[in-house]
Design a protein around this ligand. Structure first.
Ligand code: PGA
Length: 364
């Protein structure tokens, strides 16, 4: 990538000039200054041992970097072990770093305790010393549904043959609703085969898109995390179909407004960062959103925060971008007036890339 003419400041206030937000560089430690936040989401990668080695490598390359916050989000199994290496005493002694290195969890469950096999409660994470939790990642909002084959049985039952079998079974049940039998008989007729196939196709797409966590689940997770005193990194973002239909802003408005429904202004300012992650730009083989696309959506999101919490909070809110961020494109992305950091998947597993991301704008 070509060298940037202007390098974004690493600490700044945000001011509105002629109705547009701009970053105005400030000294480190100025009250109210925005500190960028870079978070590596390892997803389902690295054992605890591998994770520690990886983090030590990155910390060695980022010694003395105290003007941006950066965090590591290992799988649950790595959190406890990693905490020992992210304690302020260890960080300041070994790497000249401060409290700016964060332990981040990839997810959480909202109930306090009970019969929820496989889930992890907010108290369990705060007890380990987790600083922040990623909530509403698109892997969880949608992508995992297809692995659990949610809705497959419903789809199977939508074929005329299956429905015909259902009718026969219903007929044998004492007290079965005759109107239901009649209705089912109507829709299974040969002339409706095409209609049923079409409906099944649409339903399959719908299930694929929405078979993960709902906005309501995400709202509960946000509240549960804040309730335990941890910070939230709340993800939002449209899929390819929504973008093609010009629904990007509607989707994001919906996702954020619903997730933040019960979060007051003071809590939002202190504890919440937002991450815009267009689903179509995430993961290997995908291209990041263009600089203009990122700029447009970040401007929209900051406007939404202004509507929800007022201008002052909108100016200082931390909005991250995620989707194929790497060591080469981070400078350009951070140059945007609305971007305050990155949520990084693949490149966070590469020592050099993630170190460059943390060191954006600094000489190698
Ligand atoms: P990516 O993932 O950087 O590998 O595209 C980003 C994310 O899913 O948070």
């Amino acid at each position: 990538m070509a060298a940037l003419d202007v390098i974004a400041p690493r600490n700044y206030h945000r001011e509105k000039v002629a109705g547009k937000w701009q970053k105005v560089g400030t000294e480190l430690g100025m009250p109210g200054a925005v500190r960028p936040l870079m978070v590596g989401n390892w997803k389902m990668n690295l054992t605890p041992k591998q994770g520690v080695a990886h983090v030590i490598n990155i910390l060695s390359r980022c010694q003395g970097i105290i003007d941006v916050d950066f965090g590591f989000a290992p799988p649950y199994t790595g959190l406890d072990k990693l905490r020992d290496y992210l304690k302020p005493e260890f960080l300041s002694g070994q790497f000249n770093l401060g409290k700016n290195v964060l332990l981040v969890a990839q997810d959480i469950f909202f109930e306090k305790k009970g019969a929820f096999t496989g889930e992890i409660s907010p108290g369990m994470l705060s007890d380990i010393g987790v600083d922040s939790v990623i909530i509403g990642h698109s892997d969880r909002r949608t992508n995992l549904g297809k692995y659990f084959q949610i809705g497959e049985s419903v789809l199977k039952r939508m074929s005329p043959d299956h429905l015909a079998q259902d009718i026969e079974r219903l007929k044998k049940i004492d007290g079965a609703n005759p109107r239901l039998i009649e209705a089912l008989s109507q829709i299974t007729g040969e002339s409706n085969r095409w209609l049923l196939d079409e409906l099944a196709k649409h339903l399959a797409q719908e299930l694929k898109d929405r078979s993960g966590e709902s906005d309501d689940v995400i709202r509960k997770k946000v509240l549960a995390t804040l309730g335990e005193g941890m910070d939230v990194i709340l993800c939002c973002g449209e899929n390819a179909e929504a973008r093609a239909e010009n629904l990007t802003f509607n989707v994001i408005d919906n996702q954020l407004t619903r997730a933040l429904e019960s979060v007051d202004a003071v809590t939002f300012r202190k504890k919440v960062a937002l991450a815009y992650e267009p689903v179509w730009a995430i993961g290997e083989g995908k291209k990041p959103a263009t600089i203009n696309e990122i700029d447009d959506v970040h401007t929209f999101i900051r406007g939404l925060v202004e509507k929800l919490y007022g201008e002052e909070i909108a100016g200082s809110a931390r909005l991250l971008y995620g989707g194929n961020v790497n060591g080469s494109n981070i400078g350009e992305i951070m140059n945007l007036p609305g971007v305050d950091g990155a949520l990084v998947g693949g490149a966070s597993l590469k020592t050099e890339d993630f170190s460059k991301i943390i060191r954006f704008g600094l000489p190698d």
